[in-house]
Design a protein around this ligand. Structure first.
Ligand SMILES: [Cu+2]
Length: 120
């Protein structure tokens, strides 16, 4: 790695920080369509924590973890066999497909963060 790539990496990091703290604004929750649904992970709660989605269709959940506590590091969808490691301060898209109508809980590994997908 030479000085040029290190400078570039530094600039990228600054850009990311500026974007995250000043430019980024959460969008309103959208249930239908192919838009990702954003879930903020902060202060022990997922926001939103209850999300209605269509059954039988893949939905993209965009997790934004703001909580650096290791408690927040995983998102587990027990009923769907999906788990994800959430990076801090960086969005991560998780695609899940609830197979049939019903409620599908998602939690952190200690089950302190809790959310539910309501498939209809
Ligand atoms: Cu936890």
């Amino acid at each position: 790695m030479n000085a040029w790539t290190i400078n570039l990496a530094g600039l990228g990091l600054i850009g990311l920080i500026v974007w995250w703290f000043w430019l980024y604004r959460p969008q309103a929750l959208r249930v239908a369509g192919s838009q990702p649904i954003q879930i903020i992970v902060a202060d022990g709660v997922y926001t939103p924590a209850r999300i209605e989605v269509p059954a039988g269709k893949p939905v993209t959940l965009r997790f934004l973890r703001q909580d650096a506590n290791p408690c927040a590091e995983k998102a587990l969808f027990d009923g769907l066999g999906v788990s994800a490691d959430l990076p801090i301060g960086k969005p991560l898209d998780v695609v899940v497909t609830p197979p049939q109508p019903g409620e599908y809980e998602f939690t952190c590994q200690m089950r302190m963060y809790r959310g539910v997908l309501v498939a209809k």
